[in-house]
Design a protein around this ligand. Structure first.
Ligand code: ZN
Length: 380
C-alpha cells in the first residue's frame, strides 16, 4: 500500500481523496493506449477526437475506481468505521479504514459493496452502448468502460486477501469459525497462493513473448506484500490482546518548569536519559516537552528560548486512559506519529490526574517479551 498518500484532490462524504504519484504513470499509459486503439478502430474521427475520447474515457475509468472505493466507504461509515482516506495509485484504488470491522457480517458487506458498485457501472455503460453505436464517440467510450468495470469487479472477486474476494472469504471463515486471527491466516494464505500464481504467470509471459502479462507479476508482488503485512498485523493483535495502557505505563512522570531554557532542558535530558517531560507553570500543567520537539528548534536558538515557547501546548497533547486497549493505543501513537502519551485517570469527574506515561518503546518491549515467552511456552 502506498505509504505517502500523495496529492489531495478533494473530499467526498468527508473522506479526503488522494492521487499517488504512480497514478500519473497509469493515467498516461491508459490514455495513450486508448487514443491508439480509437485511432485504429475509428479512422474517420479526427486526431483531436481520438485524444479527447481517450482522455475522457481514462478520466471516467478513474472515476469508476473511485466509485468502487466510495461504495466500500459508505458501508464502512454505516457501521461507524471511520474512512481515513481514499488513494488512487498505479494498481487502482485503496480505501483506508480506521479499524477492522468488529463483526464478520460487517466485513462481508463492506467488501462486497465494491464489486457490486463496479457491476452496477457495467450495467450503466452497457445500457449506453445500446443507445449509442460503437462508431460514435459516446458509444466507443461506454463500450470500453463497460468492459473495464466488469473486469474490475471480477478481478477484485478473486479470493486472495487483500483483494475484495479475499476479504469476503475471510468474512465467511470468520463467521463460521468465530476466530478472526484464524480467518485472516487462512485468507492471507490463499492471498499468497493467488499472488504466486500471478507472479508465475507473469514470468511465463515474459519468456513466451507475452510481455503484457508482466503487469500481472507486478500486481502479484504487490498482493504478496499486502498478504504478509496482514499476517504480521494479526500477530501483533494476538500479542497485545487483553493488555491495556495501565499494564505497560511507567508510573514515573518527570516534569520541568516552563521558564527554563531549551539549553537547560537539553542538559536535563542528557543527565537523566528521560526523553519526555510534562511542563509545569506554578505547579499547573501547561504542556509537554520531548527530545523530538527540542530537536525541531535549531541548536543555536536553544539558549534564548524557553521550554514554554517550544513545547506542545496542553490542548494539543494526546491523552490515553489506563483502561485503553494497548492495540488501539499503539494504532493511535503510530497514526499521530507521536512516541509517548500521558495516561490520565478520572477525567470524567472534572479532576483529571496524570498517573503515568506510555511510550512506543514500552509497548514494543512487551510485544517482544510476549512473543519470546509465547514461543517458549508452546515449544515452537
Ligand atoms: Zn474493492
Amino acid at each position: 500500500m502506498p505509504t505517502r498518500p500523495g496529492l489531495k484532490i478533494g473530499r467526498i462524504l468527508g473522506i479526503p481523496i488522494y492521487l499517488h504519484a504512480s497514478w500519473v504513470i497509469i493515467f498516461f499509459l491508459i490514455t495513450f493506449s486508448l487514443a491508439m486503439q480509437f485511432t485504429q478502430e475509428h479512422p474517420r474521427w479526427s486526431a483531436t477526437q481520438h485524444w479527447t475520447v481517450g482522455i475522457v474515457t481514462s478520466l471516467l475509468f478513474f472515476a469508476s475506481v473511485l466509485f468502487h472505493e466510495l461504495a466500500h466507504s459508505v458501508v464502512a461509515q454505516y457501521y461507524k468505521i471511520q474512512v481515513v482516506s481514499i488513494t488512487l495509485f498505479i494498481f487502482g484504488g485503496v480505501a483506508r479504514i480506521g479499524r477492522e470491522p468488529s463483526k464478520a457480517i460487517q466485513e462481508f458487506n463492506i467488501a462486497v459493496a465494491g464489486p457490486l458498485a463496479s457491476f452496477f457501472l457495467y450495467g450503466v455503460f452497457y445500457g449506453l452502448t445500446r443507445i449509442f453505436p460503437y462508431s460514435e464517440m459516446l458509444g466507443a467510450l461506454a463500450a470500453w468502460l463497460a468492459f473495464i468495470n466488469v473486469r474490475l469487479a471480477s478481478f477484485n472477486l478473486i479470493p486472495g486477501f487483500p483483494l475484495d474476494g479475499g476479504r469476503i472469504f475471510r468474512a465467511i471463515v470468520w463467521g463460521a469459525t468465530k476466530n478472526f486471527a484464524k480467518a485472516t491466516r487462512v485468507a492471507a494464505a490463499s492471498g499468497k497462493l493467488v499472488a504466486y500464481a500471478m507472479i508465475l504467470t507473469g514470468a511465463y509471459g515474459v519468456f513466451n513473448g507475452k510481455v503484457q502479462l508482466l503487469w500481472l507479476a507486478f500486481i502479484g508482488w504487490f498482493l504478496l506484500n499486502a498478504a504478509q503485512e496482514s499476517i504480521a498485523q494479526v500477530a501483533v493483535r494476538e500479542t497485545l490482546a487483553g493488555l491495556s495502557a495501565a499494564d505497560v505505563m511507567s508510573h514515573e512522570v518527570p516534569a520541568v518548569e516552563g521558564h527554563i531554557t531549551l539549553e537547560e532542558y537539553g542538559a536535563e535530558v542528557l543527565r537523566t536519559g528521560r526523553r519526555c517531560h510534562l511542563v509545569l507553570h506554578d505547579g499547573r500543567l501547561v504542556g509537554m516537552m520531548n527530545v523530538h520537539t527540542l530537536n525541531a528548534v535549531p541548536r543555536n536558538e536553544w539558549a534564548h528560548n524557553s521550554v514554554q515557547s517550544a513545547m506542545i501546548p496542553r490542548e494539543k497533547i494526546l491523552w490515553t486512559s489506563p483502561d485503553e486497549p494497548l492495540l488501539r493505543l499503539l494504532e493511535r501513537l503510530l497514526s499521530a506519529d507521536v512516541n509517548q502519551m500521558p495516561v490520565v485517570s478520572g477525567s470524567g469527574d472534572g479532576a483529571p490526574q496524570i498517573v503515568g506515561m506510555v511510550t512506543r518503546d514500552s509497548i514494543l518491549r512487551v510485544m517482544q517479551t510476549r512473543s519470546e515467552l509465547g514461543s517458549l511456552a508452546t515449544g515452537r
